[in-house]
Design a protein around this ligand. Structure first.
Ligand code: AOF
Ligand code: ZN
Length: 365
């Protein structure tokens, strides 16, 4: 039985993933309705922010009576009146007899209440199926709900010896086009891409999502002294863009900069945008997740400030061997190996030549 449930939960997860980039700030949710012989009756997912929840879509697309059937869903069904009425009520009303859940809802207005409501109506509730996988699926939502902060993923492309460029900044290209294609998928998934003024000045990237049917993330530029030229490519197209600049920068300079960006002033620490403050300001803009695409100094600052949640490292089978080459994270002076930041690898994937190592940071408390 457990194996059948796991198989169906995997289906819920892959259904939910189809909505990546479309449901923020809500969770990714998929649901499958089946009978006692594990025949699938219908399925559904939360497709877009503000629209039906997964359970409702699965129920609405069923072509037969649902009495006595089971529903499996990666997140506890909701019990609140939000944009739609509670899913728990609909499940009860349709006479389903069993609900299988991956994880409870961290949202305090739901947490545990959905499960309680179902149980009180006499429905059997089975919890914790593929809980770890379900939590990873909704790592952004979990972070937002529990810490009221955006989830931060660092994306980097390195050689086997961890280099992102030569000392003079030559970096095109370390990884191949298959890797760069995957980056487009990441840009489609996260609410925002963040980079530094140094990267804008050096690489002049556009930071748009060029995936078919993709959508552009909000671009965020950390520009302490407002040094980026107004004519940079990031300011050319009409995807949303935010410049976080130092609070010392005069309004008259901002006015003169004249781009389509939204300018937000941020406190400065040691001559740079204060990342802790920046992250809170970004969250206040409704941005729930950030993909950083930047150099070693900024990457390291996010890591040392305990702000980085995930590392997505593309590794090309190349060795630079240049002692002055740039590292994907640098800036600390450390003498003992025990001072390393520690991570847990959650997956590895080989593309054509390159590999992607996906890890989560173990946070210092
Ligand atoms: C979703 N999709 O499939 C499920 C959710 O803003 P609302 O009214 O859509 O409610 C959002 C909350 O509903 C969300 O924070 C989560 O707690 C719960 N479940 N949300 O967007 C779904 N099942
Ligand atoms: Zn719901």
């Amino acid at each position: 039985m457990q194996n059948q449930y796991k198989k169906l939960m995997k289906k819920c997860i892959s259904l939910a993933k189809k909505s990546e980039g479309r449901v923020s700030p809500n969770p990714l949710v998929g649901a499958v309705i089946f009978d006692d012989d594990f025949r699938i009756i219908s399925q559904g997912r939360h497709e877009k922010y503000g629209e039906n929840h997964a359970e409702r879509n699965a129920i609405l697309s069923a072509k037969e009576d649902l009495r006595g059937k089971s529903i499996i869903v990666n997140l506890e069904p909701c019990s609140h009146f939000g944009k739609t009425p509670p899913c728990a009520d609909l499940i009860i009303e349709k006479g389903l007899k069993r609900v299988i859940i991956g994880m409870s809802d961290p949202n305090p207005i739901v947490s545990g209440r959905g499960i309680k409501k179902l149980k009180e109506a006499g429905i059997e509730v089975i919890e914790g199926i593929l809980e770890k996988e379900c939590k990873e699926l909704n790592e952004i939502f979990l972070k937002n709900q529990l810490e009221k902060k955006p989830f931060i993923a660092i994306k980097t492309a390195t050689t086997l010896d961890g280099k992102i460029a030569t000392a003079s900044g030559s970096s095109k290209w370390i990884t191949d086009e298959y890797s760069r294609n995957e980056v487009q998928k990441l840009r489609n998934k996260y609410d925002a891409i963040l980079t530094s003024s140094a990267t804008v000045i050096k690489d002049n990237p556009s930071l748009t999502c060029r995936m078919k049917n993709g959508r552009n993330p909000v671009r965020i530029i950390l520009d302490t002294n407002l040094n980026t030229p107004s004519g940079s490519k990031v300011y050319e197209n009409n995807a949303e863009i935010i410049i976080l600049t130092g609070e010392h920068v005069a309004d008259s300079r901002i006015k003169k900069h004249k781009t389509c960006a939204k300018y937000i002033k941020c406190p400065v620490k040691n001559g740079h945008i204060d990342l802790n403050k920046a992250v809170d300001l970004i969250y206040q803009q409704g941005i729930m997740s950030i993909l950083t695409e930047s150099g070693g100094i900024l990457n390291n600052a996010f890591i040392q400030e305990n702000l980085a949640d995930r590392l997505i490292q593309f590794v090309a089978p190349k060795i630079l061997s240049d002692k002055t080459g740039k590292n994907f994270s640098e800036g600390c002076t450390r003498s003992d190996i025990s001072e390393c930041n520690n991570l847990i690898i959650t997956s590895t994937k080989q593309l054509k030549h390159d590999i992607i190592i996906n890890s989560i940071f173990i946070k210092d408390i």
